[in-house]
Design a protein around this ligand. Structure first.
Ligand SMILES: [Zn+2]
Length: 317
């Protein structure tokens, strides 16, 4: 079967590899789609210390069950599923443990059924424990930000202010439920938030962008003793210049990441049920589709974010 293997920065090779053998508790899937994750871009773009190549990445997989292991009772060939996999997703087939499979409703397309990002946003919100009538700033409304926005809305906030430098993304944020939008390249976000909160700052400030600028801005918008939620992915070492300020402001700092498998799978189950029941909508977020041979372009788009870009997905033909 064909599989895209990353041999080094910008060095994708489509190889023919053996279909993995199937264990008793495993399921063989025909891959339909695999989303390009922001967390993969750094290992594709530059050689990373400590990472070995070739690498078999790709973890946002949806597909169809082809074969089930002897002990698998809950799935059968033909089932449409989203999966939590730890790699090898940019391939025609993948083998996954049966407890990491989640059924997709017939109304949901494979392209929007991404179990891992939905698990991250679901668990991020659970961990940050949003309360009724909270005021919320969402700093960075790319793919993850726009899923968070829809789920945050369901927690009954007083308002959500979506903050991003891309105008077309802010328009979509508004359609998906943002009460206010702020573009920091043309507006003073801190002043706007002050006006909206009687000078206090928001109860919960979500940092989603995963860079120093979004982290600093999120801290700037948070009220004294408010929650500063670090949702963004921050690879490598990074200094926090304003730690004295964070300390003085008595922020409740929440790292909304998690590593425990039980938590991951529970978040996936909850998030996938929300997707299947139409509580969240990922359809407008899937903006760029590529076939396997175009994987380099899919990653380029994810890095460069051309106008209107939200998410790249590899669609297997
Ligand atoms: Zn991902």
């Amino acid at each position: 079967m064909r599989c895209a293997v990353l041999y080094g920065p910008h060095d994708w090779r489509i190889e023919n590899i053996n279909i993995p053998s199937l264990g008793n508790n495993e399921v063989l899937l025909k891959v339909k789609t695999c989303g390009v994750c922001h967390s993969e871009i750094h290992q594709w773009d530059k050689k990373q210390e400590g990472l070995e190549y070739p690498r078999y990445i790709g973890h946002e997989v949806a597909g169809e069950v082809v074969e089930t292991g002897r002990d698998v009772k809950d799935f059968k060939p033909g089932d449409r599923v989203a999966v939590w996999t730890d790699g090898k997703g940019y391939a025609e087939k993948v083998v996954v443990k049966s407890d990491r499979l989640f059924k997709i409703s017939d109304k949901i397309s494979f392209t929007e059924a991404m179990a891992e990002p939905i698990a991250c946003t679901t668990n991020g919100i659970i961990k940050s424990d949003i309360q009724l009538n909270d005021t919320i700033a969402l700093v960075g409304t790319g793919f993850m930000g726009l899923i968070l926005l829809q789920q945050l809305k369901l927690r009954g906030p007083k308002f959500i202010a979506a903050i991003d430098t891309r105008e077309e993304i802010l328009e979509l944020a508004k359609k998906l439920g943002a009460d206010f939008t702020i573009n920091p390249s043309t507006e003073n976000s801190k002043e706007v938030i002050k006006d909206l909160t009687n000078g206090k700052g928001v109860d919960v400030s979500f940092e989603v962008g995963g860079n120093e600028a979004t982290l600093n801005l999120a801290a700037d918008l948070c009220r004294m003793e408010g929650k500063l939620v670090i949702f963004g992915f921050h690879p490598g070492s990074r200094k926090i210049n304003d730690f004295g300020y964070w300390n003085w402001m008595a922020f409740d700092i929440i790292n909304s990441h998690f590593r425990d498998l039980h938590t991951i799978l529970n978040g996936t189950r909850i998030g996938m049920e929300m997707l299947n029941s139409g509580k969240i909508n990922l359809q407008p977020l899937i903006t760029h589709k590529f076939n396997l041979e175009e994987i380099e372009n899919a990653f380029k788009a994810a890095k460069e974010k051309p106008k209107g870009f939200i998410k790249s997905v590899i669609v297997m033909n």
